[in-house]
Design a protein around this ligand. Structure first.
Ligand code: F0G
Length: 462
């Protein structure tokens, strides 16, 4: 199928459509003000092209929709659960499945069973909910990602990798006893959807395993990561994504997965493990927080659609190729127009370098938040802030964390939008870029205690 010199098109055709509403600039100005300049607080009906997230926004296939009808809603021992167990064993290679309502449910359970007060969890850049649960369990997250990840100008092929020297330094400082596991994310979201290499996965596991430190993947976007390994790492070009994914997970002791991404469903997630004893501990917590161990937080039909989605994700490489290809299509348009973006273009979205675009707005005035609001007002395209607002405050000092990356994420849902939607998005970003000097910073009018980016409200500074 693959011919690098030919244009590709989506490996699907459209059977059902969902009309979207067009709005006027005046309507959008009123909407963003009412939303406190936070794109999370907009009503979706006021959004034209919704690039807030790739989470739970995928279009399911006709096979997945028909699988819903097969859902077995038995409270205990549902047939659909066993299909899901088989899918996870076959595609990810983990024996023990602990189903949850979504990714953060799995992160909660994993953090509670592995982390003790005073423990340290090294990881390749934080993710908001993941770090929240690690800290809530009494742990301290330490970032051990390679320096290139923090540099929007670096063109390194695997900007998600763990820096072995940083990891060793953490283990030497605190001792292996206080490091229950390494939190290893594939296609690192906060770094711009940047992949980790197979060599790095192997090296981390070979270092940790003899020390008794577990390696827990956040495999939420592992299939997209596998695509980059296929493109960029020697020896993988001719392997199917399914095989690369199995090798990736073989260098780990378990994984948390938000199935709302790679797995092509609108809700669901899981914790997968190799060790039956850890799985037992997880299940005993599960019944208190998520649901019985054969459904977690999912209905029988959710588990059917998820099992089908896990297979579809890797049945052929065409899906992932088109998925990442569409993201690159948008990214390349913006690069050609001279817009500062995180490069290389990542797997699930295009990340605008808001710190550079709005050089005149200090980080304490939330440049990425202001840029996301300005793009919405221009065209009804909704992106999200991934900068100082998302980073939150240090729980010890109460001070704002200052991340090196101050970004607006334009995240592409899977199988939902056409290239024309990408063209409209690119036109809007270019227009806002041309008028960037007129964009003002923001200040808080309401700041929630935790995960503040979801519900914070702002107003423009004078
Ligand atoms: N891990 C990663 C890497 C994620 O991107 C997310 C969610 C989660 C865990 C949590 O999973 O939402 O199912 O509870 N990311 C979404 C996003 C919210 O928009 O990036 P969840």
């Amino acid at each position: 199928m693959e011919d690098a010199h030919r244009t590709w098109a989506e490996p699907w055709k459209i059977k059902m459509v969902e009309p979207i509403r067009m709005t006027t600039r005046e309507e959008r100005e009123a909407a963003i003000e009412a939303a406190g300049y936070n794109t999370f607080l907009l009503e979706a009906d006021d959004v034209y092209i919704d690039l807030l997230t790739d989470s739970g926004t995928s279009a399911m296939s006709d096979r997945q929709w028909s699988a819903l009808m097969l859902g077995d809603e038995a409270y205990a021992g549902s047939k659909s659960f066993y299909k899901l167990v088989d899918a996870v064993r076959e595609v990810y290679g983990y024996e023990e499945l602990v189903p949850t309502h979504q990714g953060r449910g799995a992160e909660h359970i994993l953090s509670q069973i592995l982390i003790k007060e005073g423990d340290v969890v090294p990881g390749n850049m934080y993710f908001t909910t993941t770090r929240f649960h690690q800290e809530r369990a009494g742990g301290k997250f330490v970032d051990v990602i390679v320096d290139e990840a923090h540099d929007p100008h670096s063109l390194a092929a695997f900007k998600g990798n763990i820096d072995m020297a940083k990891l060793r330094a953490v283990v030497d400082e605190y001792g292996a006893d206080r490091v229950p596991y390494v939190s290893f994310e594939t296609n690192v979201n906060m770094a711009g959807g940047q992949p980790v290499s197979m060599a790095n996965l192997r090296e981390v596991y070979e270092y940790c395993h003899p020390l008794g430190i577990l390696v827990m993947l956040d495999a939420t976007r592992a299939a997209e990561n596998a695509w980059f390994i296929k493109q960029r790492e020697y020896g993988y070009h001719d392997q199917p994504i399914s095989q690369i994914l199995r090798e990736m997970t073989s260098w780990s002791d378990g994984a948390t997965v938000s199935s709302k991404k790679d797995n092509l469903v609108n809700i669901g997630g899981f914790l997968a493990l190799r060790d039956p004893e850890l799985a037992r501990q997880a299940r005993s917590m599960l019944v208190a927080f998520e649901g019985l161990h054969t459904y977690g937080g999912m209905s029988g039909r959710d588990m059917e659609a998820l099992a089908a989605g896990i297979h579809e994700m890797v049945d052929t490489d065409d899906h992932i190729r088109a998925r990442v290809g569409q993201v690159e299509y948008l990214g390349d348009k913006l690069i050609k127009a001279g817009i500062p973006v995180i490069r290389p273009i990542g797997g699930h979205g295009v990340f605008l370098d808001a710190g550079t675009i709005l050089e005149h707005v200090p980080q304490e005035q939330f440049p990425a938040q202001a840029l996301a609001a300005a793009i919405y007002v221009d065209s009804g395209v909704r992106g999200m802030e991934r900068g100082i607002v998302s980073a939150g405050r240090d729980p010890q000092t109460g001070k704002n964390r200052h991340p090196a990356l101050e970004l607006v994420r334009l995240t592409i849902p899977r199988r939902v939008y056409t290239q024309s939607h990408m063209d409209v998005t690119a036109e809007s970003v270019i227009k806002v870029w041309e008028h960037r000097d007129s964009i003002r910073g923001l200040r808080f009018t309401y700041e929630p205690e935790s995960l503040r980016f979801f519900q914070a409200r702002f107003e423009p500074v004078d």
